[in-house]
Design a protein around this ligand. Structure first.
Ligand code: NAD
Length: 515
């Protein structure tokens, strides 16, 4: 059974002419009566393959009621029950990863192997959540005063709205879902309207894993739907990942409505190449991190900062590698890079390359010159571009392009590289390539960036750490997943208890003392 087979899990409702997705509410697919629909493209051909409903107010009330109804029972369920569901969910995602990857490729466009990669990073988060009994351990202090003990516990926050971007349709929802559910919350996931089917597939797997109906729900929609969720009193917390302007607005609006919120935003990730670096290793890293997933990663390297004599050799080595890069449909096992998400986005990315020369940059490799035949001619493809002599005032430097465009900024010293990074608006990821351990160590201390790689171009932390940028890459106090995820999805409570001997009980109006 393939992902497009309705019998697989009843994803599609409506006519056979245009596949229409339903919401996932209280454990089953629910058709929407909306008259607002979003097109879901196959980015490799440019054809509209399905439509997602943009939720009505009725859909929103329905989904929040489902999540609230399920909260009482799930929130007080035993940790062993939640762990059992997570173990089974982990097994099912792993067993169905090929089909899940095909769904990602069909709607996002990334190559199948890359889709499998994001699933494997998502699986890590489920594995971490399997240890929830350990993560939720509290503290206990005996005899803090005469006959008085204190213990701490963590309880679920409540109903969580999870709002996710298009670029990781499985991994980012799993960043949130695994810990949120394991901690006893219920969830309304609002996936990107551009590639929402993977979320419905995850919903089906969670049900198969034994998750009670209503604990996990999927609601489709756009910014207007999110706006209603942000203000709805039935939502207790908002976990968001997306672009910086939206992240900033989500954080402001959610917290103004009295909700706990975390909002991860966009990025401009620098990769510093020191003159002593192994140039081949650095060029492999730069090409992989800049053009993987067509540059549509929040941790993509978009700027190489070439220090001193590193400039000429690193630019040459990157350009050589771009000559042999295989670009094509994500379903073709030969393809290394697929199309972009939409035609509009592809054209916007191409416009940065078009303007680069007039801004004063040198276009070393122009991705617009790459041509595509057959079905791909109408797909949202763009070749890889490399720009040299980029300066901090150029739009190609200041903007998050989110496409296969890599700029090189030349600097004379290590300190100039650090200053460039630290004055940048974003602080998501950064990397340094060098053979000098002392310089690398100093770099990890000097940069105002949340995730640092030493000879590692995409330093996404494993699930037992947490993911999060600094500056305009994250709004809120808590990072995503790992220990920070447990913290975000729970409230702490401190219990002070005494079991007095009734014979010694007296009235005492003084403030409680411990000595
Ligand atoms: P986006 O901000 O356009 O959309 C993200 C989500 O917000 C979607 O679900 C969308 O429907 C919703 N949304 C769109 N407009 C809205 C509005 N006006 N009000 C409320 N909600 C709205 O992002 P995208 O294009 O889907 O994803 C790419 C962006 O996400 C990039 O900027 C990338 O860097 C960022 N991203 C960041 C991380 C991270 O961890 N920091 C991870 C992945 C992606």
């Amino acid at each position: 059974m393939g992902p497009n087979n309705p019998a697989t899990f009843g994803l599609f409702l409506g006519s056979t002419v245009m596949k229409k997705l339903g919401h996932w509410i209280a454990g089953s697919v629910v058709e929407s009566s909306t008259d607002r629909w979003g097109d879901i493209y196959d980015p490799a051909t440019g054809i509209v393959q399905a439509q997602a409903p943009f939720a009505t107010l009725g859909d929103i009330e329905n989904v929040i009621m489902s999540a609230r109804d399920a909260l009482r029972q799930w929130g007080s369920s035993s940790l062993s029950k939640r762990t059992e569901v997570m173990f089974e969910f982990r097994h099912l995602v792993n067993a169905n990863r090929d089909e899940l990857a095909s769904i990602i490729t069909a709607e996002h466009g990334k190559v199948h192997s890359d889709a499998l990669g994001e699933i494997s990073r998502g699986l890590e988060n489920i594995e971490y959540a399997c240890g929830v009994a350990s993560h939720l351990k509290g503290g206990f202090s005996s005899q803090v005063s005469s006959g008085v003990d204190v213990h701490s516990l963590r309880q679920p926050v409540g109903v969580v709205a999870a709002i996710t971007p298009f670029n990781f349709p499985v991994m980012v929802p799993l960043w949130m879902t695994a810990n949120a559910l394991a901690c006893g919350n219920t969830m309304v996931l609002k996936p990107s309207e551009k590639d929402p089917s993977a979320s419905l597939y995850l919903a089906q797997l969670l049900k198969q894993a034994g998750l009670p109906d209503g604990v996990f729900n999927v609601l489709h929609g756009d910014g207007d739907v999110v706006g209603t969720l942000l203000e709805h009193p039935g939502i207790d917390a908002v976990s968001f990942v997306g672009s910086t302007p939206i992240a900033r607005s989500i954080y402001t609006r959610a917290t103004a409505s009295g909700k706990r919120a975390q909002a991860l935003g966009g990025a401009k990730n620098h990769m510093v190449v020191l003159p002593d670096a192994d140039i081949d290793v650095a060029a492999d890293g730069a090409v992989s991190a800049a053009y993987g997933s067509a540059g549509e990663r929040c941790m993509a390297v978009s700027v190489v900062v070439a220090v001193g004599d590193a400039a000429e050799p690193i630019i040459d080595a990157i350009a050589q590698r771009l000559k042999v890069l295989k670009i094509g449909p994500g379903t073709d096992p030969q393809s290394e890079m697929g199309p972009l998400i939409t035609r509009e986005h592809r054209d916007k990315v191409a416009s940065y390359v078009a303007n680069a020369a007039s801004e004063g940059a040198t276009v070393v490799v122009d991705g617009r010159e790459v041509t595509f035949d057959g079905d791909a001619a109408n797909g949202f493809f763009l070749g890889a571009s490399l720009l040299d002599h980029v300066t901090p005032s150029m739009k190609v430097y200041t903007d998050e392009i989110f496409g296969p465009v890599l700029g090189v900024v030349r600097v004379d010293t290590y300190q100039e590289a650090v200053d460039l990074i630290n004055t940048n608006q974003y602080g998501n990821g950064v990397a340094i390539f060098t053979r000098d351990g002392g310089a690398a160590r100093q770099f990890t201390l000097d940069v105002t960036v949340g995730m640092v790689g030493v000879n590692v171009p995409i330093p996404v932390p494993i699930a037992s750490y947490s993911f999060g940028g600094w500056k305009d890459s994250l709004f809120g106090d808590t990072h995503m997943y790992g220990p920070a995820g447990i913290e975000f999805f729970t409230r702490s409570k401190i219990v002070t208890s005494r079991w007095p001997d009734p014979a010694t009980s007296v009235v005492d109006l003084g403030f409680p003392k411990t000595r």
